[in-house]
Design a binder for this molecule. Structure first.
Ligand code: ADP
Length: 450
């Protein structure tokens, strides 16, 4: 650049020296007035040349496209060439910046977390699509709006006002369903902030379930332990053994111990079913045999108090785990007997469905269930009538086990019930689960036992 400037000075010096030389020559030969006139003409020509190029430069600056750069010669050609290179360099760095910004935004969009950038006045500059979903934002419409307009919780505004890192907040958002978000505010540059939001709905739900579960199990164990503990203390305090009290208390303690044993067994079954590393086995299961055996067990359980019917209209087998299916079906049968007063009827059936699937159903004429309870029956420890469930040895986990087994076999649990009239619990297997098994020679049966 310095060399170029020197050349310009040199060129001008040479031109002026040439003009002065011509002028001196004319002064000596043609007189002073001619010499000065020629000098004035030369200077005017130079001035016009510059004014013309200056005008072209201003015209071009109004719309400075490299391709529209005026063509020139001499000194102005150098000026325009320098401008051309400057402009090209600027365009190149502009497109590099645009590409970098685009890449950054694409990366921001791909983040699994929500990202909002706010300026010093807490106004939204940019957000990614996850943040749009978390807070119901529209990046075009809401850019420049106060972020607190969209996240209205006071603790968020308080955290935003903190200078420096704030602890992550747990907020409830009503956008895109009932979401629970963990929100972190990170200051950067002088006064801008990054707001990162993460959907922790599932984590919170699992945490709540875990807390409820521990509370429920403790509650379930407390009563039998209190009973047993009470009796044991009384017995321990006795100077001489009271045979009458021992005779009365031992069966009660045994019942309570049984209750705890049932609860622990059901908990173990549930935990086995829930463990991810325990896929369901795919053995052909002879369902008609299981249903027959359950009908037999039901006779013992009912002890003649109910009319028990068995209807085997299908010889189909199911691909799955025999012990799980036996346990799930057994829970449904035991419930039907426990929630049907003496004199009622319980019917077990296994039949084919129109779509090629098959249905195991237990229908009873028992106490029935009000519609508002039906959707919650398969929750752990959910009971319509706590007292009745306990009296009959229920753990409140039976239908939770059934639901797990049903899900593991890609089947559906269908419940229909009417209070005072009875209930029907059906396990509907899809056609894909049905296998012909070794049904040869099996004929449909209908058994009835009063
Ligand atoms: P429980 O051990 O209490 O029977 P379950 O999970 O098997 O637990 O059932 C949950 C609740 O569903 C029961 O407490 C009862 O209120 C209701 N229930 C289940 N089966 C029947 C039925 N056949 N008739 C009426 N109520 C039922």
């Amino acid at each position: 650049m310095g060399a170029r400037v020197n050349i310009i000075w040199l060129q001008w010096a040479m031109r002026l020296a040439a003009a002065a030389g011509v002028c001196a020559l004319l002064w000596a030969t043609a007189g002073s007035s001619v010499a000065l006139g020629v000098l004035a003409a030369m200077l005017l020509f130079m001035l016009l040349h510059h004014v013309r190029h200056q005008a072209r430069l201003f015209r071009w600056l109004a719309d400075p496209r490299p391709e529209a750069l005026p063509v020139s010669s001499g000194l102005w050609e150098d000026v325009f060439a320098a401008l051309y290179h400057l402009l090209r360099r600027q365009r190149r760095s502009e497109s590099l910046l645009t590409a970098t910004l685009h890449d950054f935004r694409q990366a921001g969009m791909a983040l699994p977390d929500g990202l909002i950038i706010v300026d010093g006045g807490d106004r939204i500059e940019w957000c990614n699509s996850k943040a749009e979903r978390h807070f119901g934002l529209d990046p075009q419409r809401d850019a420049g709006q106060l972020v607190t307009y969209f996240v209205r919780q006071p603790q968020f505004a308080a955290a935003l006002a903190v200078d420096g890192y704030a602890e992550p907040l747990t907020l409830r958002s009503t956008h895109g369903g009932d979401l629970i978000l963990s929100v972190l505010i990170i200051p950067y540059e002088a006064d801008r902030k990054l707001i990162i939001s993460r959907d922790v709905t599932d984590r919170e739900r699992v945490e709540t379930m875990r807390r409820d579960f521990v509370a429920n199990v403790s509650h379930e164990l407390r009563t039998p332990l209190t009973v047993i503990g009470g009796f044991l203390e009384t017995l321990a305090d006795m100077e001489t053994p009271n045979i009458g009290l021992i005779r009365r208390s031992v069966p009660l303690m045994r019942d309570q111990a049984k209750r705890m044993q049932g609860l622990v067994e059901d908990l173990l079954v549930l935990s086995r079913l829930e463990s991810a590393g325990n896929p369901v086995s795919e053995e052909p299961v002879n369902v008609p045999d299981i249903v027959r055996a359950l009908h037999h067990d039901a006779l013992a359980l009912s002890a003649g108090r109910h009319k028990l019917e068995l209807s085997l209209d299908s010889t189909a087998w199911v691909n799955g785990a025999e012990d799980e299916l036996r346990s799930a079906f057994g829970n449904l049968v035991s419930n039907a007997i426990r929630y049907t007063p003496a004199g009622g009827e319980v019917r077990l059936s296994w039949r084919g469905a129109d779509d090629g699937g098959a249905v195991f159903a237990v229908r009873d004429t028992g106490i029935g269930i009000a519609p508002e309870h039906v959707p919650r029956l398969t929750e752990r420890f959910y009971r319509v009538d706590r007292g009745r469930s306990r009296e009959t040895g229920g753990t409140g986990l039976g239908l939770a086990i059934v639901k797990h087994v049903v899900n593991r076999h890609a089947a559906r649990l269908v419940v229909s019930s009417e209070p005072g009239k009875g209930s029907c619990f059906s396990v509907v297997f899809p056609a894909g689960r049905i296998t012909a098994g070794e049904a040869v020679g099996v004929t449909p049966v209908t058994a009835r036992t009063a």
